[in-house]
Design a protein. Structure first.
Length: 147
């Protein structure tokens, strides 16, 4: 995955200040995963949101404007991802994609889950046998139109 120059600068400032995405959520008032998508240039922020992000990171307000530009979405290369964590999502879709699709169609009919009218939450669930990652995706159902 190619990382843009502004993303590198934002992540370096985040690391230097010891700020977490959760800290940014508190400062901006929007979900940490959405803020991460702005930083990785997969979403665009309003100028007010962008200013809150860059100033929280200790960067000049002049760095906010590029975060308001609608990005070219989809940062993964067309081949199978090799990063182990991202690959696991690919693997999950390889194994469970068709079963999830079947259950969605059974419950909702023929259509898709929106990735536009969509939210995702990432939570840490403590477990004595090893902490767990809980991911909740919530997207509007969009039925296919008949004509």
């Amino acid at each position: 995955m190619a990382i843009s120059e502004i993303t590198k600068q934002l992540l370096a400032a985040k690391k230097a200040k010891g700020i977490t995405f959760e800290d940014l959520e508190q400062a901006v008032g929007l979900d940490e995963t959405w803020i991460a998508s702005v930083i990785y240039r997969q979403a665009s922020a309003s100028i007010e949101e962008a200013i809150k992000i860059v100033t929280t990171l200790g960067l000049p307000e002049s760095m906010a404007e590029p975060l308001t530009i609608p990005p070219l979405k989809g940062s993964l290369e067309p081949q199978i991802p090799t990063d182990p964590l991202i690959y696991r999502f690919y693997e999950i879709m390889q194994v469970y994609g068709m079963p999830i699709k079947a259950v969605i169609h059974e419950k909702f009919g023929d259509g898709i889950m929106s990735a536009i009218d969509f939210s995702v939450e990432v939570e840490k669930v403590e477990d004595p046998q090893g902490d767990r990652v809980q991911i909740v995706m919530c997207g509007k159902f969009l039925p296919y139109k008949k004509w």
